[in-house]
Design a protein around this ligand. Structure first.
Ligand SMILES: *[C@@H]1O[C@H](CO)[C@@H](O)[C@H](O)[C@H]1NC(C)=O
Ligand SMILES: *[C@@H]1O[C@H](CO)[C@@H](O)[C@H](O)[C@H]1NC(C)=O
Ligand SMILES: *[C@@H]1O[C@H](CO)[C@@H](O)[C@H](O)[C@H]1NC(C)=O
Length: 265
């Protein structure tokens, strides 16, 4: 009997201690605290991402709070994110990055995040995100002629990337740039037939001539000296042929948290 009493006390004690004078009101999705937590999470996700584009907060789907003690709580957030047009290496602040529109075949991210708020400081304890594009059928339904996302290994996509990179390198012989990753590609079939690509590049330690002599020896510069850039290119095949390409270099700068994309040789 004594053991049972002790057990009941043990079970009840924490409940008594945790019970505050009045329970805190549940946190709503529009609460400034929820918004601050969500913004922290978005910055965290972008800062830890090595590929693709920065994501912006679309909406907070759900918030749950587990009080842990004074100035200490665990928050569970469910967030809806939208892909922006800024590549992860692009130094433009997120606030200045625009989200993709529906006609660009937008990509959405869903994230479940567990974070701790201790003395006003957030720490992400766990996060799980997955992204998905609007379905091609949905885009087609509302916009029959809109370009649709293409596979990044599509031959037309690869050909356009390779032409654009060759084009850029031949016009800028001082530093030879290599492909880091293809970020996005779309294809459109009517009224024009075209391929659109976006890809990230980085400088190697070679000039164009050195690259022509021995491409194998050209290495990416160390991250802190590197020069990253981002290119867009379009190949039109019908009604008439056309090719345009443009690259923007971000200059020497360390990307957020050393996020250098790895890429297969
Ligand atoms: C971002 O937007 C703000 C306000 O519109 C502007 O003042 C600032 O120059 C922009 N920064 C960049 C890097 O574009
Ligand atoms: C191209 O990518 C698609 C989708 O990611 C994949 O299913 C397919 O196997 C790839 N094809 C080749 C030749 O790599
Ligand atoms: C580039 O770096 C690699 C590895 O450090 C080196 O072997 C190569 O000679 C360098 N190339 C040039 C042109 O400096």
């Amino acid at each position: 009997m004594k053991a049972l009493v002790a057990l009941i006390l043990l079970v009840q004690l924490p409940i008594h201690r945790a019970a505050p004078a009045a329970p805190p009101p549940p946190l709503g999705c529009d609460d400034p605290e929820s918004e601050a937590a969500a913004q922290f999470v978005v910055d965290y996700i972008n800062g830890h991402s090595h590929h693709g584009y920065k994501f912006a907060l679309n909406r907070i789907k759900q918030v749950r709070v587990l009080p842990q003690g004074p100035n200490n709580e665990i928050l569970f957030l469910e967030l809806d994110l939208l892909e922006t047009t800024c590549h992860i290496l692009n130094p433009t602040p997120l606030a200045n990055c625009s989200v993709r529109t529906f006609v660009e075949h937008a990509v959405e991210g869903d994230c479940d995040v567990k974070l701790q708020k201790l003395n006003g400081q957030f720490t992400v304890l766990a996060s799980k995100c997955h992204s998905h594009a609007d379905s091609a059928e949905d885009v087609r339904k509302h916009c029959p002629d809109c370009p649709l996302l293409a596979n990044l290994n599509d031959t037309d996509v690869l050909a356009t990337v390779s032409s654009a990179l060759n084009d850029y390198n031949s016009k800028n012989p001082d530093a030879y740039f290599r492909l880091l990753e293809i970020g996005r590609a779309t294809k459109q079939y009517s009224p024009v037939r075209m391929v659109n690509v976006e890809f990230a590049v980085a400088a190697t330690n070679c000039t164009l001539q050195q690259a022509k002599d021995n491409l194998q020896a050209c290495q990416l510069l160390p991250e802190d000296q590197s020069n990253f850039g981002f290119c867009t290119a379009t190949t039109v095949s019908e009604p008439s042929q056309d090719f345009t390409a443009e690259c923007q270099l971000y200059g020497h700068q360390v990307p957020a948290l050393g996020a250098l994309p790895s890429f297969p040789e």
